[in-house]
Design a protein around this ligand. Sequence first.
Ligand SMILES: Nc1ncnc2c1ncn2[C@@H]1O[C@H](COP(=O)(O)OP(=O)(O)OP(=O)(O)O)[C@@H](O)[C@H]1O
Ligand SMILES: [Mg+2]
Length: 527
Amino acid sequence: MEKKKFENLGLSTEINKAVGDMGFEEATPIQTQAIPYILEGRDVIGQAQTGTGKTAAFGIPILEKIDKDNKNVQVLILCPTRELAIQVSEEIRRLAKYKKNIKTLPVYGGQSIKRQIRALKKGVQIVIGTPGRTMDHMRRGTLKLNNLDMMILDEADEMLNMGFRDDIETILKGIKGKRQTIFFSATMPKSILALRKKYQKNPEIIKVVRKELTVPNIEQAYFEVNRRNKLESLSRLIDMYNPKLALVFCNTRKQVDELSIQLQARGYFADSLHGGMKQSQRDRVMNKFKNGTVEVLVATDVAARGIDIEDIEIVFNYDVPQDEEYYVHRIGRTGRAGRKGRAFTFVSGKEIYKLKGIQKYTKTKIKRKQVPSASDIEEIKMSLLLEDVIEMLEGDNLSKEVKVIEGLVEEDYTSIDIAAALLKLVVEEDNKEEKDSTEDFGNTGAEAGMVRLFMNIGRKQNVTPGDVVGAIAGETSISGNLVGLIDIYDRYTFVEVPRENAKEVLMVMKDNRVKGRNITIEPANPK
Ligand SMILES: Nc1ncnc2c1ncn2[C@@H]1O[C@H](COP(=O)(O)OP(=O)(O)OP(=O)(O)O)[C@@H](O)[C@H]1O
Ligand SMILES: [Mg+2]
């Protein structure tokens, strides 16, 4: 496919420098094709696979076109989720690093509107917003779009979906005069293309998808599992592949919360992300996921589109997605910018038909695989270990170690026996470590020195976090030290307590002694 050096796209030195800092060597095909048209002022529809740099494909030309002496809003970028608005605005800021006097601002719900209003007043040229909050600002008159030159719909098919369409139309109606309109997405269903006449003039349609809609360097597989075995299957696959980060999609908020609690109880560093959470909580979880404190993020489709986190090595569809497009976007959270990735889908009962539909739509084959047994996992761990050994044999200087082994060989041991003994030691050590960490109160998803205890507070009572804290404090000696309650999800909750007090709190929970304010607390024991 056509690739080009950025220097040959006729861009400013500021942009070329920024792009170099970001480590981009060549423009991707969508960038090569879309940038010249956008610079020309044409309306564009761009479709390219997930993770192929669509953000910079519109970000670069808008930065080149901004009039930096004009402090009014010249560009509006609309995104379907808050996390995506934040991310797109960060990417544009990186691209604008050497462009002086260009101000960008993300505006989204859940963040203080006053702060956004203050920032808008100071003069902003590029606004990146979610539809709801953008409309809110337009109504208040704090976002004026009479100088707008360009409007971009990132994830355009989602934005023009029924759910968002009224908002988008209201926004469009509020914009007067000339305007360049640009749509980008990895999926462009026909129903959306049919709408283009309504919103665009003579658009250039750029399509750089190949035969299949999904990215070829993502290994796609499905597992036929009984609903009851999903959790165990997920745990085994995570243990087997040991991904740096994994993203697990469920279809409902309730399922997200339940699963993330069950994973935490099994000792995984897991957490939830969905639209029912407070924005501050969503931000905290996203940051923890990006820095690796959370390794397994369980999410609804709020995380399906656009999110770009390098270390996501596996995407799981714990539930088969409702829409075929969503399959493409969900699995596209891995295998970005040419990296490899894996996408595993759990299928139970009749869902196999949905999977057939997905394969037809994406024009890809999803292979059937078996969930590994416990002994498979040991074997696979061993072979992964041997891969590391081979890598070391090829790359590292081992002369010091070689000398030690030579000493042993002189004592009449064969090098094969020595290697086997070392392998056994490493595997045993590895298993021991795992056991230690599960005995350590099972679930330590917390910061250093803190332990998270998982509990079942019972479904019947209407309990508040205060009730639980109060109840535990009343029965233990650590009232002052009880640090926090991480929310109540349905009938489950966590407390974070200092490590040295964990045993005491756990004992109280185990004995089921806490009956303060009519609450029964016990350590939960999910299957
Ligand atoms: N020319 C390039 N060379 C290398 N990396 C790039 C290039 N352009 C963009 N990237 C990086 O590739 C990653 C994916 O880019 P981006 O998020 O824009 O993908 P996308 O096409 O919008 O995907 P999605 O459909 O999932 O939204 C980002 O980390 C981005 O910084
Ligand atoms: Mg994108």
